[in-house]
Write a protein that binds this ligand. Structure first.
Ligand SMILES: Nc1ncnc2c1ncn2[C@@H]1O[C@H](COP(=O)(O)OP(=O)(O)OP(=O)(O)O)[C@@H](O)[C@H]1O
Ligand SMILES: [Mg+2]
Length: 282
């Protein structure tokens, strides 16, 4: 059974990409799960974290990124594109993480997203149609969305069974949660599907900050939120430094042995348990 989960928040810089990458590596390295990462963000942050700038540059120049699927749908390419030729295998720079694949992103998506509505047959379904043949190869497909509800994000949501909302526990970062939930509810209704809210993931948590502590309490009391994952991801230099494309050795060394790795492992464990219960029908 494959679970497709989008990472979304309209607020930028809240740790969506960092959390998605760490979750994928932990699901694979600690729990033996087969994970496909889809980078929908033209900023290409997740792609570069996973395969480095050089390999990404080569793939982009050869047209072997997510952009090819949209170029295909727009009739820009001579022949059909098989998504399995675009997926990069075993991408994590950590040698201990062997079951994370990646569908890489491209800066070309910036220009393409303005043309996506020209696709006459289901412009939000390009990703879903392309991915169908490979989904069963994975336990989890994690979709890193850009901080907007543009054409790329809609393609991601169309494919998703569920979503998580990473947020820094401060006033500005949590404002966006309600509107995201509401828009996703509307899209799901329009499409006649269900997109389950798994919950909020607290990122960049500083326990010395009174605002952070109060906001976490408020989130936990908020009845409009299905759940706040109990594992709070701390703000830590080592988590920020983990964005570098390098083999740090182990997950513990990469993310930090001062509670960071444990927080990520707990998050991954809760994530597995939650998807099992909430997505049992998928
Ligand atoms: N737990 C953390 N501790 C310290 N720094 C972090 C943590 N999580 C993310 N960061 C840093 O915060 C910045 C933003 O993180 P990230 O790119 O993951 O956010 P994002 O929500 O994906 O941003 P965008 O909206 O631009 O896609 C990056 O510099 C990243 O290294
Ligand atoms: Mg991001």
């Amino acid at each position: 059974m494959t679970h497709v989960v989008a990472t979304i928040n309209l607020k930028g810089g809240v740790g969506k990409t960092t959390t998605t990458a760490a979750l994928a590596e932990t699901l694979s390295g600690e729990f033996g799960q087969r994970v496909l990462l889809i980078d929908l963000d033209p900023q290409t942050n997740l792609t570069i974290m996973m395969i480095g700038e050089q390999r990404w540059g080569e793939l982009d120049a050869a047209g072997r990124t997510l952009a090819a699927l949209f170029e295909d749908a727009l009739g820009d390419r001579p022949g059909p594109v098989d998504v399995s030729t675009l997926i990069q295998r075993q991408v994590s720079p950590l040698s201990s993480v062997t079951s994370v694949d990646l569908l890489p992103s491209s800066l070309r998506l910036i220009a393409l997203q303005d043309r996506v509505t020209d696709i006459t047959h289901g412009h939000t379904e390009v990703l879903t149609r392309a991915l169908k043949p490979v989904l069963a190869d994975y336990d989890y497909v994690l979709i890193d969305c850009p901080p907007n509800l543009g054409a790329m994000t809609l393609n991601g949501l169309r494919l998703a069974d569920a979503y998580i909302i990473p947020t820094i526990p401060d006033v500005m970062s949590t404002y966006g949660i309600g509107p995201v939930q509401e828009r996703i509810r509307q899209f799901a209704e329009e499409w006649g599907t269900s997109i389950v809210e798994l919950g909020v993931v607290v990122t960049k948590y500083r326990k010395a900050s009174a605002v952070h502590r109060t906001t976490v309490d408020d989130l936990n009391r908020n009845k409009q939120i299905s759940m706040v994952f109990p594992s709070l991801i701390p703000e830590a230099n080592q988590i920020a430094a983990a964005a570098e494309f390098a083999d740090f050795g182990t997950l513990r060394k990469k993310y930090g042995n001062d509670g960071q790795f444990t927080a990520l492992r707990d998050l991954a464990q809760d994530f597995i348990a939650t998807t099992k219960v909430r997505l049992a029908w998928v």
